[in-house]
Design a protein around this ligand. Structure first.
Ligand SMILES: Nc1nc2c(c(=O)[nH]1)N[C@H]1C(S)=C(S)[C@@H](COP(=O)(O)OP(=O)(O)OC[C@H]3O[C@@H](n4cnc5c(=O)[nH]c(N)nc54)[C@H](O)[C@@H]3O)O[C@H]1N2
Ligand SMILES: Nc1nc2c(c(=O)[nH]1)N[C@H]1C(S)=C(S)[C@@H](COP(=O)(O)OP(=O)(O)OC[C@H]3O[C@@H](n4cnc5c(=O)[nH]c(N)nc54)[C@H](O)[C@@H]3O)O[C@H]1N2
Ligand code: SF4
Ligand SMILES: [Mo]
Length: 747
């Protein structure tokens, strides 16, 4: 290493795997990135996207100055001009027609960003709008609903204890490509291979024989959208063959009799033709799960973004409970997050539980879930005139035109807004509609701590990354942008004092903590706590508060060896807080203090599943897939990731290809109720007959975008086909898998 080079350590913020990176820099330039071998969790693992942070950091299309629409064109502007324009145009809308006329959409990176995670909440509170939308209702909301109802908080989601399990049944996930989701672990592929190496079994249930499936012990095709039938077949077998083994959980579980009667109609024979997995296999898997010493059922996005998303998500954990594998080493366990985990706060073992449907969306009457409405409702809320119509939109790190169903309708709706603000780093399919774009920073210019993902990790780990580079002149960190917007939203104008706003926000949290019974700093003096956090500011100060008042925290002196941000700064490769430990009953926050095996709201939805039992299968349905060198919609502007042959293709089974007269490399027109796309065909027997697959995140050929490289690899937007009217009713989650389509040859 030459003398003017510097080495920094930074956790990759791109996906859920939280890999530690070793970043070599010279001045403001990244010289090289590799996996950090000393990282306590990732031990040097890295994927191609991690390296690509170098290109992302240097990408000339990445925005570095605000853009303001003047005479119809987005032009560079100063921050003061941008905020003045926002104050001028947003404030009157907030006043009349009122707060609900301003909608917010939070995208996926806001869940990975310390600044956006914390200050996003501040902005939402200041806005006071009911019209909150996010990528969660195109993703994991069903799991948050089922986990909330069963265990009491939205992130009390059991994760498979990957490093200690002998038997993993995995549905609707492809971690060899996605690197894992709702299961934070670097190098999931290596950890899955290790299960088999130690004599264990990995079973994959997926309509596509994915990379993960080919590396598994066994793979079974399943008809898209029918996981709840398959899983109920297993539950039925467990009862029918007296394989229930609650063990230690028995005294902590409510609803077991109810569960037995719910499962009665779903015999393996009754479900096999609907789901496509034979009764023999269903019975065998039930027996194997019950017999395994250490086993877990794990399911991800394929089981969430579908018609029966909440039911499928629920049944996964029902099986984990019934087989005695929940909360056992090697089973499905609860992480104990170091910062801000709701299931470490309040009274151990009991809480308020969760409630939904406190209000309904205006047009479709879709119930609110965790304070949001389904993103699939956004377009109609903008388009439909009347009281409460959405007239302005703020997108925060999101690209809903590509990620939400019925892309064309949503794009049209955005075009009709009175005012739109985007916090983003590109002019893309969504932000090209904005009147003002406020740029974020390079990931290397911000500090990083994964507040949410560290609550879902397969080990208890805490890692903090300071910024690698300083904020460049003329740019500003996103927490300040959020505070300035919050200042405008709360009527203080475009020039409110950010330091006092930030002090106020921090003090509010401290006040809450010192007055909360069960908090390690209950009863302490708020001003003392505030003083102890000095001189930190912004998200780092709040993170320090969260860590110190968390389950491993120093409680501001009460636990002298406890955790704080300074300790994390002294350990740039992370602090390992050990393997997951059993947490029941302490982890529960249901009002009964029990695991609710059969929550009323979910039970009520089983009738819908039963009535679909006899429904004939659609002749052809569409599913999605992820790709190693993509990150949803936004990393296609990096040549290192997109070069090579086009990846936005239609997977089509050879039998279906023959039927439609299509061949490999030909072009197909795929049509759904809401739209159609033309796409090159890849004939492969990896996909189930009667099913086609298109990756989401493409379609970069929209006018006025400023992503030169992405435009050369445009592909098609698969959400032109997704139907905005199709929802999982309990969670409001969009149905993005199992969409009925027709296929035809394009001559
Ligand atoms: N058909 C189909 N649709 C899907 C899915 C699917 O499997 N199939 N998956 C769904 C899932 S799981 C998800 S999470 C959603 C994702 O949905 P979105 O979050 O709406 O989409 P992304 O493509 O992740 O877009 C992220 C945006 O954030 C911007 N960005 C990146 N970093 C930063 C930053 O630091 N600050 C700011 N301000 N902006 C930043 C990017 O430029 C981009 O515009 O898509 C969903 N849509
Ligand atoms: N490289 C890369 N990594 C990513 C992302 C990315 O875009 N690229 N996105 C990140 C995000 S935001 C998320 S949420 C995670 C998601 O992480 P994963 O959940 O692992 O996502 P996928 O790789 O899309 O795997 C979903 C699988 O579900 C299958 N499937 C579709 N329909 C059904 C069904 O009805 N039943 C069953 N059983 N299976 C079905 C699909 O064939 C696919 O193999 O990945 C994250 N990681
Ligand atoms: S697996 Fe995820 S966290 Fe790890 S380097 Fe790749 S993108 Fe980053
Ligand atoms: Mo996601």
């Amino acid at each position: 290493m030459s003398t003017n080079e510097r080495v920094s350590y930074h956790v990759c913020p791109l996906c859920e795997a939280t890999c530690g990176l070793e970043i070599r820099t010279r001045g403001r330039e990244v010289v090289g990135i590799r996996g950090d071998e000393a990282d306590v969790f990732s031990n040097g693992f890295i994927c191609p996207k991690g390296y690509a942070l170098k290109e992302l950091d240097a990408d000339p299309d990445r925005l570095r100055t605000p853009l303001l629409r003047r005479n119809g064109v987005l032009e560079p502007a100063t921050w003061d001009e941008a905020f003045a324009e926002i104050d001028r145009r947003l404030t009157p809308i907030l006043r009349d027609p009122g707060r609900d006329a301003v909608a917010v959409y939070l995208g996926n990176p806001s869940a990975h960003s310390l600044a956006l995670g914390i200050y996003g909440q501040v902005l939402l509170r200041a806005l006071g709008t009911k019209n909150i939308y996010s990528a969660s209702t195109a993703d994991q909301m069903p799991k948050q609903v089922s986990a909330g109802l069963m265990f009491g908080t939205s992130l009390s989601i059991p994760v498979p204890d990957l490093d200690h399990t002998d038997y993993l049944l995995m549905l609707g996930a492809n971690p060899f490509v996605s690197n894992g989701s709702l299961m934070t672990a670097p190098d999931v592929p290596g950890r899955l291979r290790a299960i088999r190496k130690r004599g264990g079994t990995v079973i994959v249930i997926d309509p596509c024989r994915t990379r993960t499936a080919t590396e598994a012990s066994e793979h079974h095709f399943i008809r898209p959208g029918t996981d709840a039938y398959f899983l109920f077949g297993i539950v039925h077998t467990l009862f029918a063959e007296a394989l229930i083994r609650l063990s230690r959980l028995a005294e902590h579980t409510a609803g077991i009799e109810r569960m037995e009667s719910l499962a009665r109609p779903f015999t393996p024979e009754a479900v096999e033709s609907r789901c496509g997995v034979s009764a023999t296999v269903i019975r065998r898997l039930a027996r194997e799960l019950a017999a395994a010493e250490r086993a877990a059922v794990y399911a991800r996005i394929g089981t969430c973004t579908q018609e029966f998303g909440t039911l499928a998500s629920w049944l996964v954990d029902v099986i984990n409970v019934l087989t005695g594998h929940l909360d056992q080493p090697g089973g499905a366990m609860f992480t104990k997050g170091a910062a801000a985990a709701a299931n470490t706060r309040g009274t151990p073992g009991r809480g308020k539980g969760v409630r939904f449907g406190r209000r309904a969306s205006r047009v479709r009457q879709a119930p609110e879930v965790y304070g949001e409405f389904p993103v699939a409702c956004l377009a109609e809320e903008i388009e439909t005139p009347g009281d409460g119509q959405v007239r302005a939109l703020i997108t925060i790190a999101g690209n809903p035109v590509v990620s939400a169903p019925n892309a064309e309708r949503l794009a049209g709706a955005l075009g009709g807004l009175d005012f739109m603000i985007s916090l983003d780093i590109y002019v893309n399919e969504t932000t090209r509609h904005a009147d003002v774009i406020l740029p974020g920073l390079s990931p290397l210019e911000q500090s990083h701590y994964d507040i949410a993902l560290r609550q879902l990790a397969i080990r208890n780990v805490a890692t903090y990354s300071p910024p690698v580079f300083a904020v460049p002149p003329g740019q500003q960190p996103e927490w300040k942008t959020m505070l300035r917007l919050a200042g405008i939203a709360s009527g203080q104008g475009a020039t409110a004092d950010l330091d006092s706003l930030d002090d106020f926000v921090t003090m509010q949290r401290i006040d809450h903590d010192v007055s909360a019974p069960g908090s390690p700093i209950h009863g302490r003096d708020a001003a003392d706590i505030m003083a102890a956090l000095a001189p930190r500011r912004g998200p780092d100060r709040i993170l320090d508060l969260m860590l110190r008042s968390g389950p491993y925290g120093d409680a501001f002196g009460a636990e002298p060896d406890g955790l704080n941000l300074a300790a994390l700064e002294a350990h740039p490769h992370g602090i390992d807080l050990g393997p997951l430990q059993p947490r029941i009953p302490e982890v529960l926050r249901t009002s009964s203090g029990k695991i609710e095996l059969a929550p009323e709201a979910i039970v009520a939805d089983v009738a819908r599943l039963r009535s679909g039992l006899e429904r004939p299968s659609q002749p052809m349905v569409l599913i999605g897939r992820r790709q190693l060198r993509s990150n949803n919609s936004w990393m296609h502007n990096l040549d290192v990731l997109v070069k090579g042959k086009p990846r936005c293709t239609l997977y089509l089974h050879p039998n279906d290809a023959t039927r439609y007269g299509l061949r490999d490399g030909g072009v197909a027109r795929v049509r759904s109720r809401v739209g159609s796309v033309e796409i090159p065909v890849e004939v492969t027997d990896a996909i189930m007959p009667g099913v086609v697959s298109i990756p989401h995140g493409w379609g970069h050929d929209e006018p006025e975008m400023r992503m030169a490289i992405a435009a050369q690899h445009a592909g098609v937007n698969s959400n032109r086909l997704a139907d905005e009217l199709a929802l999982d009713p309990l969670s409001g989650n969009a149905v993005l898998n199992g969409i009925p389509v027709t296929i035809e040859l394009v001559a």
